[in-house]
Write a protein that binds this ligand. Structure first.
Ligand code: EZ4
Ligand code: CO
Length: 419
């Protein structure tokens, strides 16, 4: 047994460099440091408490090398399993222990997961706009940055706001363009912002957007779209069908996440590939979807699905059904969580694509991620471990402030609508 590999110390940091993040630091007796991302957007303090009050006291003194056993101890050993807070807390510990194991072995983490299966991880960026011109400009901007696959979100003419499309209504003043490429959807405020929604208007408008984009950019560019869980099963089927002529790479999060049975209906109606799972947190959420071959891409990131140990199993299970990874990579996954997903993405065979929104400079100054983005591919870097650090002093200068994702109401009568 290696000397000094027991967990000596663990701390949780909740700060706001660029946006709110929850960061776990584990230190072994020998002084090796591992980091984990424990951020759940808009519910940060719950995960911090779950870690500080319940998990960290029981992992002190454990052998940091026994990652699988620690995972089972925290998951199977607890009466209360699953759920986003629990699984994110376990994920943070798992990530930190893999970081330590790779540092102890002096290799980048993907080497421990089987080595590189590719030269880099294909990523997609977020284009959006209030009108076709803004959308085209935003796509071009991302292409110039190197992206080879692009998610397109669009304002809907009759709506004052649409999630994922910043700056609606300000375009005539020319103020939205810069902001649009550095978008943080969780607003720092004591209550959530409220946005309005109209499914009919959305369903009528989206095919026009993708028709215009295909006409402008041709058939080759991989295009993605996210419906943010807002549709009923039959509406989802209609959207998939109406977008078939535009050959989407995927259609994401069509219906509310709880009821996965609806994918049977959707699948019968459309050949548009389907991605789901950014709010899933367990292999059991995917079980029927895999076995019945109802989806094409797994959205879970390492940080929300129980860690590298758990997501690796989900990906291996998906591989049997030719289903690929399509990891969630918004700004609320910290550079630590993003790096963990990238190391796993480098190693697995059934890699698909990663979302890569890019953090702002405040975030990057604190975490100093080593991953690099070139020609549309992200590489996690070759230094030992996850290749991410955490500048505690600098982080502490960015005080945590509550921030919430918006709440969505129907335009016609104010009914709260699905995410
Ligand atoms: O709404 O990360 O695909 N990306 C997304 C994100 C999510 C936020 C939620 O925290 O859907 O913008
Ligand atoms: Co999404």
């Amino acid at each position: 047994m290696a000397i000094g590999m027991n967990i000596a110390k663990a701390d949780v940091f909740v700060h706001s460099p660029g946006r709110n993040f929850v960061t776990l630091k584990i230190v072994t007796e020998s002084g090796l440091v591992g980091y984990g991302d424990a951020t759940v957007n808009g519910r940060e303090l719950s995960v911090a408490s779950y870690l500080r009050d319940h998990l960290l006291p029981i992992i002190i003194g454990r052998d940091a090398q026994n990652i699988e056993d620690t995972w089972q101890y925290l998951y199977r050993g607890s009466y209360w399993r699953r759920g986003p807070i629990t699984m994110t807390a376990i994920a943070a510990i798992d990530m930190a222990l893999w970081d330590i194991k790779a540092k102890a072995a002096n290799v980048p983490l993907y080497q421990l997961l089987g080595g590189a299966s590719r030269v880099g991880c294909l990523a997609y960026g977020h284009a959006s706009g209030s009108d076709f011109k803004e959308i085209f400009d935003s796509i071009r901007y991302h292409q110039e940055k190197g992206y080879r696959a692009i998610r397109v979100q669009a304002a809907v003419p009759s709506l004052n706001s649409v999630y994922g499309v910043p700056g609606i209504g300000k375009s005539s003043k020319g103020k939205s363009a810069g902001k649009r490429h550095d978008y943080e959807p969780a607003q720092r405020s004591s209550k959530p912002v409220e946005e309005e929604w109209d499914t009919r208007a959305y369903l009528n408008h989206m095919p026009k957007v993708f028709e215009a984009v295909r006409n402008e950019f041709g058939p080759e560019l991989p295009l993605l779209h996210d419906a943010h869980h807002r549709l009923t099963p039959i509406e989802a089927a209609r959207l998939g069908k109406s977008l078939e002529p535009y050959d989407l790479f995927w259609l994401e999060d069509l219906t509310p996440a709880e009821n996965t049975d609806v994918f049977r209906l959707i699948r019968q109606h459309t050949t548009t590939p389907i991605a789901v799972g950014e709010v899933f947190n367990s292999i059991f959420d995917y079980k029927a979807l895999f076995e019945e071959q109802l989806i094409d891409y797994v959205r879970s990131p390492v940080s929300h699905a129980g860690g590298i140990t758990a997501l690796r199993k989900i990906f291996d299970y998906a591989a049997i059904y030719q289903i690929k990874s399509g990891v969630h990579g918004p700004t609320d996954v910290s550079p630590i969580g993003h790096a963990a997903s990238l190391h796993l993405g480098m190693a697995i065979h059934n890699y698909g694509i990663s979302e890569y929104m890019q953090h702002n400079s405040e975030t990057n100054d604190v975490f100093e991620p080593e991953y690099t983005f070139k020609d549309g591919l992200i590489h996690p870097g070759t230094s030992a471990g996850l290749g991410v650090s955490y500048n505690e002093k600098l982080a502490a200068s960015f005080e945590y402030k509550p921030a919430y994702l918006p709440v969505n109401r129907l335009k016609i009568d104010g009914t709260v609508h699905d995410w």
